[in-house]
Write a protein that binds this ligand. Structure first.
Ligand code: ATP
Length: 568
């Protein structure tokens, strides 16, 4: 019976293969019995398919047939292009034996409806799942992540035990471990005394801009309810800037106390230990790789053709084309700013930055720290930076239409807010917010890059003298191509123009979240400059608030985002 039981699983496997007729990974899926040991990625137990392991196999189509496998325990199909919805999974309809479901980094959509008592792992991050989490009934979960989707609504009691990073970068999730849900009617009832709604669409853990409920004249209507009726999705356009500013003082007090709460973030040490032992970060040929960078190898970087993108204070950046055509940006850190030594501290810092994943933050995929040579491998963003846009065609913000400018500013604000609210102790600070560190993605979306580098560099410099000797980390390419084939942008430190007054000496080591807000305000004012509409006047006011002389007078990025959302 065991010998040929695999036949029962044949239809499900073949219907999955039908979506991928030319996939190399499935070329070995031939013959009448998938349990012969020759089917790539298929593991059997007692003659039935118990595991399908097809991570990063360039697969498309729907994953549904694989969930119809009657005895499947492990399904790992991460980093593919699978689309469609996940069928509702429960003990009677789905795969009752399923223990580990790993579908992260695909294009899956629809809602998450899983009611499996034995499920231990659910990794669904970076897809397009929508709706709420109320249909997740998975009491035995040990590993869980739904970040980077389009989920909204309240996080239920049982799931609240997972860290905020498990929920980040969604449309509007709220409740522990994220900030409390917004009770929009209450907030407005208190500040304006009328029934206008102000449901702010949130895009990340930090974007869940919480306004505590009050005892005002309106019944409590949670954001979940607002979303359900379709009102919650709408960004408020009718409430005036005056109301926002009036709310601002109130919100600041509330938000400050929320983010200062001792349980607001996971202890970094604790997370760090987990990351080291976890599946996301492992050493591979001198590179320490993070999520999405597992395929990177030092040899491929060595063989890559590279061109200089530009030089900054922190080092030089190269565009590298890997053998498989993948583009990456490689930053070779300046030995002056990042002298050898304190390797452990550097590793700790980079491991933290390597965990940042948000659609408005450039992902660090890997780094190399060998004998004082430090290379950082980022996603390559093809459309230049805000600086290049501002400088194009004679310079000035007027090169860009207002909608594009707003979208860039709003994206950058979301990225910064994510960084500021990322669960780490001490809290993360960008420390180098300026137009050349706001990059533009494929669809022109803004991405903040180089989180915390300069702050780290200056810290290091203060505690260690630069060393004269330096041995090479293997990628000679990046060491010797400074005179590469393309024109190198002029060295542009540039940050001082955006630095807060309290950092008069330019010491990024003392940078704080408040000084980041100041720098963002400077960028905002530069981008908005010259536009005379009512809307831009509102934005100018936000810029003015950000650039208040006294750090404690400045709003937090969460508040900046709340105010900006009125205009975007
Ligand atoms: N991931 C990336 N994708 C595409 N271009 C990038 C990327 N990272 C940096 N660049 C571009 O490369 C150029 C050099 O960047 P680099 O970060 O080395 O210097 P900088 O931003 O001018 O100064 P700093 O060292 O203070 O950050 C800039 O024009 C920047 O916009």
């Amino acid at each position: 019976d065991h010998a040929d039981g695999g036949h029962q699983d044949l239809p499900a496997l073949l219907s999955f293969k039908a979506y991928n007729p030319n996939a190399t990974a499935l070329a070995s899926w031939v013959g009448p019995n998938p349990c012969t040991g020759t089917w790539f990625g298929v593991r059997c137990y007692r003659g039935r398919v118990a595991g399908v392991f097809l991570d990063s196999a360039s697969l498309a189509g729907t994953v549904a047939p694989l969930l119809g496998l009657g005895r499947i325990r492990v399904l790992a199909v991460r980093n593919n292009s699978l689309s469609g919805t996940l069928p509702p999974l429960d003990n009677s309809t789905g795969s009752p034996w399923l223990r580990h479901l790993l579908v992260s980094h695909n294009k899956l959509s629809g809602s998450l409806s899983i009611s499996l008592a034995a499920l231990r792992t659910l990794r669904a991050e970076h897809n397009g799942f929508r709706g709420g989490l109320e249909a997740l009934r998975v009491p035995m979960l040990r590993s869980f992540n739904v970040s980077g989707n389009r989920l909204a609504g309240e996080i239920s009691g049982d799931l609240s035990r997972f860290p905020s990073s498990a929920f980040g970068d969604n449309l509007a999730l709220c409740g522990p471990p994220l900030p409390q849900c917004v009770h929009a009617y209450d907030a407005l009832g208190r500040s304006s005394g009328n029934s206008s709604t102000s449901a702010t669409a949130a895009e990340s853990p930090g974007d869940s801009v919480g306004v505590s409920s009050s005892n005002g004249g309106f019944n409590k209507i949670s954001l979940t309810a607002l979303m359900a009726t379709g009102i919650g999705n709408a960004v408020l356009v009718t409430v005036s800037l005056a109301i926002t500013v009036a709310m601002f003082v109130y919100m600041r007090r509330k938000l400050r106390s929320a983010s200062d709460a001792p349980d607001a973030g996971l202890c970094f040490e604790e997370e760090d230990k987990r990351a080291q032992g976890g599946d996301r970060c492992h050493k591979t040929g001198g590179l320490v790789c993070f999520e999405g960078g597992d395929e990177l190898r030092l040899e491929s970087l060595l063989k890559a053709s590279a061109e200089v993108l530009g030089k900054g204070v922190s080092g030089s950046t190269y565009k590298a084309v890997l053998e498989d055509g993948v583009l990456v940006a490689v930053k070779r850190l300046s030995a002056l700013q990042f002298p050898a030594g304190r390797s452990k501290a550097f590793d700790r810092h980079m491991r933290l930055v390597g965990r940042l994943r948000h659609r408005h933050v450039v992902s660090l995929r890997a780094y190399c720290n060998s004998n004082g040579e430090r290379l950082l491998v980022y996603d390559f963003l093809p459309n230049g930076s805000l600086q290049s846009l501002l400088q194009a065609n004679g310079g000035g913000a007027r090169n860009l239409d207002w909608t594009a400018r707003k979208s860039i500013l709003f994206g950058a604000a979301q990225g910064l807010n994510y960084i500021h609210t990322f669960p780490a102790r001490p809290a993360l600070v960008h420390a180098n917010v300026k137009p050349s560190n706001i990059l533009l993605g494929e669809r022109g979306g803004a991405c903040v890059s180089e989180c915390g580098l300069m702050r780290y560099a200056t810290n290091i410099q203060q505690s260690i003298a630069p060393q004269a000797t330096r041995t090479r980390c293997p990628p000679e390419l990046f060491l010797e191509r400074d005179t590469g084939t393309t024109t190198s942008a002029p060295a542009s430190s540039g940050w001082h123009g955006y630095a807060a007054p309290e950092l008069a000496s330019g010491a990024a080591a003392r940078a704080t979240q408040e000084s980041d807000v100041y720098s963002f305000g400077m960028v905002l004012l530069e981008v908005v400059a010259g536009e005379g509409s009512d809307e831009t006047m509102g934005m100018v006011k936000i810029g003015m608030l950000c650039t208040a002389e006294a750090p404690e007078e400045r709003p937090t990025m969460a508040q900046v985002l709340a105010m900006m959302s009125e205009f975007v």
